[in-house]
Design a protein. Structure first.
Length: 261
């Protein structure tokens, strides 16, 4: 089978910038993985190796594109959360549920270990998940929590099938971080950004090792985490608009995963 992603073919600055935009946009939406889109766009290997080896010619254009995507996506999501939160939550629930199948499909063997890790992930996420919008103003959160949230979220941002937005919902940081980005709250953005950068540099080696050697176990745990995070977006009215929003969320994930296949 022909490999879709290679480390030998280098992509130019402009192309990497343009491909960074949807990757950044995806990280503002729970359920959509920046890592999955990097795979779809054919730059996943370049991204991971660029982080591990600090290749600025790769990281700078992707970073600038991702920032552009994050800024545009944050504005859209925060606006929709203010005008129609019930439909947005239903849409996000569809994204989350469908994305759990993407990670589950990467579990090659279902056995006692994978089942136990999946249950542990689900319980951990369910216990620690915070309802969307329930964490209050992000500026009232400690710098430590923002930094650690950025570090943990960064791992999901480059892991195929796992959404950084979903992790931020679970940590109670999602809506606050988006609002900080939209309002250019630089202290919050800098602390969170430092956490993201530290997480990417620290965990890229560990992540690469786990994916190469324990992929099924890792994906089982992550599937549980994704399913457990549903608790954060389940409080919405059930009507026609919400059902359509949910179905749209599921459809988006299946469309993306279909392109990846």
């Amino acid at each position: 089978m022909e490999e879709k992603n290679t480390t030998n073919k280098l992509t130019g600055f402009g192309e990497l910038f343009l491909k960074g935009i949807p990757i950044g946009l995806s990280n503002t939406l729970p359920g959509i993985s920046g890592g999955t889109l990097a795979l779809v766009l054919g730059i996943y290997d370049q991204l991971v190796n660029g982080i591990k080896k600090i290749r600025l010619q790769v990281l700078i254009p992707i970073f600038l594109g991702a920032v552009t995507g994050v800024l545009s996506g944050s504005k859209i999501v925060t606006s929709l959360l203010e005008t129609n939160p019930s439909v947005v939550k239903a849409f996000l629930l569809g994204l989350i549920i469908a994305s759990s199948k993407v990670t589950y499909d990467q579990v090659k063997q279902v056995n006692l270990k994978t089942i136990i890790l999946g249950i542990i992930g689900l319980v951990v996420a369910f216990i620690f998940s915070v309802e969307l919008g329930g964490a209050g103003d992000v500026t009232t959160l400690s710098w430590t929590r923002l930094f650690l949230g950025g570090a943990v979220g960064s791992v999901a941002m480059i892991l195929p099938g796992v959404s950084g937005g979903t992790i931020l919902i679970m940590l109670g940081l999602y809506q606050g971080v988006l609002e900080a980005i939209v309002n250019f709250n630089f202290p919050v953005m800098i602390v969170f950004g430092l956490g993201v950068g530290s997480g990417l540099l620290s965990f890229s080696f560990v992540l690469s090792y786990l994916l190469d050697n324990y992929r099924s176990l890792l994906m089982s745990f992550l599937t549980g985490l994704i399913l457990g995070s549903m608790r954060s977006v389940m409080s919405f009215n059930l009507g026609v608009e919400e059902i359509l929003g949910f179905l749209l969320g599921v459809g988006v994930i299946y469309a993306i995963s279909g392109i990846e296949d």
